[in-house]
Ligand binder design. Structure first.
Ligand code: FDA
Length: 324
C-alpha cells in the first residue's frame, strides 16, 4: 500500500490541475462558503451534522491571519443564517500559533467568543508534533478565559496521547471534549507508533481512556476495527444512542452534541458506514473542508501521508470499498 501511494504521488506533479480538481471535488465541498452550505443542506437529509474547516494551514506572516479571521466570522454568520447543525474546525497555525503565540490566542479567542454567542463549538484540529502541546495549551487558555465551547484533537499514534487525555480530563473539569483519530502526520518512531496494528490498538486504548475519564469523545475514523471497538466500548459502559450518558462529573458543552460521544467522518469517505451509524441513532458528524486553497490542501495531504493517494485510487478502481 505504501509503495502504491508513493507511485501515485510521483504522478501528481504531471497530473493536470483540472484532473486533481475533479478528484478533489469528492473530498472538498467547493471553493467558497456558498458551495459548502449547499453540500451541507443536501447531506443534512442523511441525518448528518457537520464540522466546517476553511482550507489553508500554517501561515508565514501575521498579515495572512486576516483572511482566516474574516472567513471564519462569515462562516459563523452562515451557520446561524442557514440554521445549520454545524460547528467549526480550525488549525491553530493558520491563526499564527508558530509565529506569535499571544496574537494567536487573541485571534482564536475572538472566533471562539463569537461562536459561543451562538452556542457553536470550536474544534482545534491537531497538526504535527511541533504544535501538540501548544495546541492543547490553547484549549486550557480558552477555558481559563471562561470559554468552554472549545476542544482539540488527539492522535492515537502518538505515545504521549494517554498522558494528554489524563491531563486534559483533570484540568478541564468536565468540559474536556476530544476528537480522537489515528493521526494523519507520519511521525517518527521515537514519538509514535508506525505500524497499522499498533496504531489501531493505541487508538482503541485512547478511546477507552477518553470514555473512562468522562471526556466527550468524538471518534473520527472510517476504519472498521476502530468503529467496532468503539461500539463495543460504548455498550459495555452503558452508553449509546438511546441511553443518557451515565458517567459522573461530565459538564459537556451540550449544544448539538451526542450523549457523551459521536462519530465523525471526512466528506466523501465511506458514506455508507456513516449512514448506517446514523440509522442506528448515533450522532454522525461530517468534516466539511472548503475554500479557494483546495489545490494546496489536496497536495499537502497527499504529501503528508501517501497512503491517502492509495485510498483515493482504490475508491475509483474498487468503488465498493468507499461509497460516498
Ligand atoms: P484508515 O486510514 O485505515 O482508513 C480506513 C478506510 O477508510 C480506508 O481503507 C479507505 O477506504 C478510507 N479512507 C480513509 N481515509 C481516506 C481518505 N482521506 N480518502 C479516501 N478514503 C479514505 N488527523 C490529524 O492528524 N489531525 C486532525 O485534526 C484530524 N482530524 C480528522 C477529522 C475527521 C472527522 C477524520 C475522519 C479524520 C481526521 N484526521 C485528523 C485524520 C485521521 O487521523 C486519519 O488519518 C484518517 O481518518 C484515516 O484513518 P482511518 O482511521 O479512517 O483509517
Amino acid at each position: 500500500m505504501g509503495v502504491a501511494g508513493r507511485i501515485i504521488m510521483q504522478l501528481i506533479p504531471v497530473t493536470p490541475r483540472f484532473v486533481v480538481r475533479w478528484i478533489a471535488s469528492r473530498y472538498v465541498a467547493g471553493p467558497d462558503l456558498a458551495s459548502a452550505v449547499t453540500v451541507m443542506q443536501n447531506l443534512a437529509a442523511e441525518g448528518a451534522c457537520f464540522t466546517i474547516d476553511v482550507l489553508g494551514e500554517e501561515i508565514s506572516n501575521l498579515h495572512e491571519v486576516r483572511f482566516f479571521m474574516d472567513e471564519y466570522q462569515a462562516l459563523l454568520d452562515a451557520i446561524v443564517e442557514h440554521e445549520l447543525d454545524a460547528n467549526i474546525s480550525l488549525k491553530p497555525t493558520a491563526f499564527g500559533l508558530l509565529i506569535d503565540r499571544e496574537k494567536a490566542l487573541e485571534n482564536i479567542e475572538m472566533i471562539t467568543r463569537k461562536a459561543a454567542e451562538h452556542e457553536i463549538f470550536v474544534r482545534l484540529d491537531m497538526e504535527d508534533h511541533r504544535v501538540t502541546q501548544s495546541t492543547i495549551d490553547v484549549v486550557h487558555a480558552m477555558h481559563e478565559r471562561g470559554l468552554k465551547n472549545i476542544g482539540t484533537v488527539l492522535q492515537g499514534r502518538l505515545f504521549r496521547t494517554l498522558n494528554d487525555i489524563a491531563a486534559l480530563s483533570s484540568q478541564a473539569e468536565g468540559f474536556a471534549d476530544v476528537r480522537i483519530c489515528k493521526g494523519i502526520y507520519l511521525e517518527s518512531g521515537d514519538i509514535a507508533h508506525t505500524g497499522y496494528r499498533d496504531i489501531v490498538e493505541a487508538t482503541n486504548a485512547a478511546i477507552d481512556s477518553l470514555l473512562d475519564s468522562g471526556c466527550y469523545t468524538a471518534i473520527a475514523t472510517h476504519d472498521m476495527p476502530v468503529i467496532n471497538h468503539s461500539l463495543a466500548a460504548l455498550e459495555s459502559r452503558g452508553m449509546g444512542p438511546h441511553a443518557d450518558d451515565p458517567r459522573e462529573h461530565v459538564g459537556h458543552w451540550a449544544a448539538g452534541k451526542g450523549r457523551g460521544y459521536e462519530f465523525q467522518m471526512l466528506l466523501g469517505v465511506r458514506g455508507n458506514i456513516r449512514r448506517r451509524l446514523a440509522a442506528q441513532g448515533h450522532v454522525t458528524r461530517v468534516y466539511i473542508p472548503y475554500g479557494r486553497r483546495w489545490y494546496e490542501y489536496s497536495i499537502r495531504r497527499l504529501r503528508e501521508n501517501p497512503d491517502i493517494a492509495w485510498h483515493i485510487a482504490k475508491s475509483f478502481v474498487m468503488p465498493w470499498t468507499n461509497r460516498r
